[in-house]
Ligand binder design. Structure first.
Ligand SMILES: Cc1cc2nc3c(=O)[nH]c(=O)nc-3n(C[C@H](O)[C@H](O)[C@H](O)COP(=O)(O)OP(=O)(O)OC[C@H]3O[C@@H](n4cnc5c(N)ncnc54)[C@H](O)[C@@H]3O)c2cc1C
Length: 291
């Protein structure tokens, strides 16, 4: 039986309370949200926090999906299930529903959160690739107030983020632009498994050309954030099979996967290319009303 090391436990009653506890307890304190990543790591003794601060009572402050003008704001405690089921979110950012359909199983989706997924910073975390693709910003709060960082700055490396001791991720902000859409494709060994590889794409069309495009990749390297050469290749170009092939190759060239039980590095590199092509094609089709 796997048993975590002993720890103290406290339920936060507000975000301010959680932050005050973390400030007081320092680097030995960890927030627990859905617990689907942290608790398995504690059972394996890969994480041994002395204090757990449970934020599950903070749904009034942290669990929401708000579409306000040209921006979507999602609270850090929003569950996978809510991201999957929100028709309003799917209407403006279909990439979330695409991804959530293939993340884990209902048990994990009922509890696991957007904030926990991003803060875990596992290079195989699907929502990190989604947030990269859509150009999300992360709101990090400490006792002095909020700071907003881009996804590029949020992920510092595998299992490492810009959230420091005494801080919490509270919200994700995603800009909405007219003429934009998005899509996500994943290859998994069986339903509910982590990705062998996956790719998300978001595009903004200006008439017949791609005004802006971004791709986020998952499970093919250490927290690959948006790949700027892909965006540069897409900018101002009309969509075509040739363009997608060029961009797919850039994705493959930037992938640094390792061979493991899910597949060989060569297979994952191939998937980085193919899944980039597929998600771009679908995002463009959606943005132009053809899907
Ligand atoms: C069987 C299984 C299959 C899975 N399959 C997939 C999959 O296919 N794709 C996928 O992407 N994920 C998968 N997951 C992971 C799942 O999505 C988790 O829910 C997610 O990784 C973590 O979310 P959580 O809310 O459970 O975080 P927790 O486990 O509670 O926390 C994870 C980390 O984030 C920190 N944290 C949490 N919230 C905050 C916050 N607001 N501010 C600061 N720090 C915070 C915690 O301190 C901890 O370090 C799977 C998990 C399981 C158990």
């Amino acid at each position: 039986m796997q048993v975590p090391a002993p720890f103290e436990y406290e339920r936060a009653t507000s975000v301010d309370h959680a932050i005050a506890l973390m400030e007081r307890l320092g680097s030995e304190a960890r927030v627990v949200a859905g617990g689907h990543s942290l608790l398995p790591m504690m059972k394996l003794r890969l994480a041994t926090p002395e204090y757990l601060i449970d934020i599950n009572d903070l749904s009034a402050e942290l669990e929401y999906i708000r579409i306000e003008g040209a921006e979507v704001r999602i609270g850090a405690l929003t569950r996978h299930r809510q991201l999957l089921e929100s028709d309003d979110l799917a209407a403006v950012l279909p990439i979330f529903r695409d991804a959530e359909k293939v993340i884990a199983d209902p048990v994990v989706r009922n509890r696991g959160t957007l904030g926990g997924s991003l803060c875990q910073a596992d290079p195989s975390e699907d929502l990190s690739a989604v947030c990269d693709a859509v150009g999300a910003s992360c709101v990090i709060r400490n006792s002095s107030g909020d700071r907003v960082v881009s996804m590029d700055d949020f992920h510092r490396g595998p299992y490492e983020t810009a959230v420091a001791d005494g801080e919490m991720l509270t919200e994700i902000r995603i800009p909405l632009r007219p003429g934009s859409s998005s899509a996500y494709h994943k290859v998994e060994r069986r339903a509910g498994d982590w990705a062998v590889a996956s790719a998300g794409a978001a595009v903004t069309m200006d008439g017949d050309v791609i005004a802006d495009g971004r791709v986020g990749l998952c499970a093919v390297g250490p927290n690959l954030t948006n790949i700027e050469p892909i965006s540069a290749a897409l900018r101002g170009q009309p969509p075509s099979a040739e363009l997608y092939a060029i961009v797919g190759q850039i994705a493959a060239d930037n992938a640094e996967p390792s061979t493991d039980t899910r597949g060989t590095a060569a297979y994952k590199t191939h998937l980085a290319k193919e899944l980039t092509i597929r998600s771009l094609r679908k995002a463009v089709a959606r943005a132009t009303g053809q899907a």
